[in-house]
Ligand binder design. Structure first.
Ligand SMILES: [Zn+2]
Length: 52
């Protein structure tokens, strides 16, 4: 098994960062410490489909 890093965007400060999703599914923003983060990949998935 390999750990896949996913791209997240913090909803508090807008920081975009890569992180392996922990088993707890709680991802903390490295900049402001907020747990209010969304998968950044999902936002860009529509455009990214054609490139893969
Ligand atoms: Zn943040």
């Amino acid at each position: 098994m390999k750990a896949n890093k996913e791209k997240f965007e913090c909803q508090e400060c807008g920081k975009v960062f890569l992180k392996v999703i922990p088993k707890s599914l709680e991802v903390k923003c490295p900049k402001c410490g907020s747990y209010d983060v969304d998968l950044y990949f999902a936002i860009n998935h529509v455009q990214a489909v054609d490139l893969q």
